[in-house]
Design a binder for this molecule. Structure first.
Ligand SMILES: C[S@@+](CC[C@H](N)C(=O)[O-])C[C@H]1O[C@@H](n2cnc3c(N)ncnc32)[C@H](O)[C@@H]1O
Length: 221
């Protein structure tokens, strides 16, 4: 019996999650000169996100281990073949999604990141995991990189870049989402507009918060 990709990836993922946890001090230091109010404002800003994430260019900012497992399980259970990810960073979430695609028999994952050094690290990690052939890393601002050449349909979307842009990124992918398509939005509490949209009855989505940091939405018509 073949060993599932997610099982053989465990040592790499463990190391990357350990490194991400160890880097939390560096992450806090990168924004230590900002007041809590300034940090919250930047997290919600549609214009200051470049500055915020520039400060955090060496920080992995990865999804939690639980969210990583959820991404793999959703990819498998939906038999996803096409995935779009907003916010690659070092590629930890991307590895879970791409492992799901591999274990589904193949597919295509488009992910996007505007910090070149992070895109390079993600490429290295995906190569180390033997999954780079399934992944297209689009370097640049997602507002541009996801504005064209998206697959039809998109089976699953992960929103994990600048929180304030979640509504705009949803606009870019929405026309490609058929009934049953899944959207996972990490830390969507920072984007009340997004939550209002996917939670509105008759919006075409069913949506619910999951654990502390995930909003899970499914396109229902
Ligand atoms: C929370 S991290 C992503 C973590 C990653 N999903 C993981 O779990 O490993 C968010 C990333 O999105 C990138 N980002 C934020 N806004 C972006 C934008 N508008 N376009 C492209 N990348 C963006 C940041 O540079 C950062 O690396």
């Amino acid at each position: 019996m073949n060993i599932p990709t997610i099982v053989s990836l465990a040592p790499l993922l463990d190391r990357l999650f350990d490194e991400a946890e160890a880097a939390q001090g560096t992450t806090h230091a990168a924004v230590a000169d900002l007041s809590d109010a300034d940090r919250a404002r930047m997290m919600r800003s549609k214009t200051d996100y470049r500055d915020l994430y520039g400060r955090l260019k060496d920080a992995p900012l990865a999804v939690s281990r639980e969210t990583g497992a959820l991404l793999y399980m959703l990819t498998r259970s939906s038999r996803a073949r096409t995935i779009v990810e907003f916010g690659t960073s070092f590629g930890i979430s991307t590895l879970h999604l791409a492992a799901g695609l591999r274990d589904n028999g193949g597919g295509r994952l488009i992910t996007t990141e505007f910090e070149p050094s992070k895109a390079a690290r993600a490429r290295d990690n995906l190569s180390a995991g033997g999954l780079i052939d399934l992944v297209e890393i689009r370097e640049g601002d997602a507002l541009r990189t996801l504005s064209a050449d998206l697959p039809d349909p998109i089976d699953l979307v992960l929103l994990d870049g600048a929180k304030a842009l979640y509504p705009e990124i949803l606009d870019l992918v929405a026309g490609h989402l058929g009934p049953g398509a899944i959207i996972v939005a990490d830390n969507a509490d920072f984007s009340p507009d997004y939550l209002a949209r996917v939670r509105t009855p008759r919006s075409g989505y069913m949506s619910t918060p999951f654990a502390e940091d995930v909003e899970l939405s499914v396109r229902i018509n």
